[in-house]
Design a protein. Sequence first.
Length: 74
Amino acid sequence: MILKILLVLGVIGIVYFLFIKKKPSIKKNKTKKEVQEDASDLVACTTCGTYSELNETLISANKYYCSDACMEKA
Ligand SMILES: [Zn+2]
């Protein structure tokens, strides 16, 4: 019984975490112009060369990565 409760709580926690992670709150206070500038700001991934928006790019040691996988390969 307790295991079932823990399992349900764990699933809720994971869903909650993913939901919060996918919802960037930074964009809320930006003007339309600033959002458009962000969208046109593309950077190349250091590992695979894929271009992605700057606000979706991971930055490590002043290098850009499109995903965690590429960051780990570097
Ligand atoms: Zn990449």
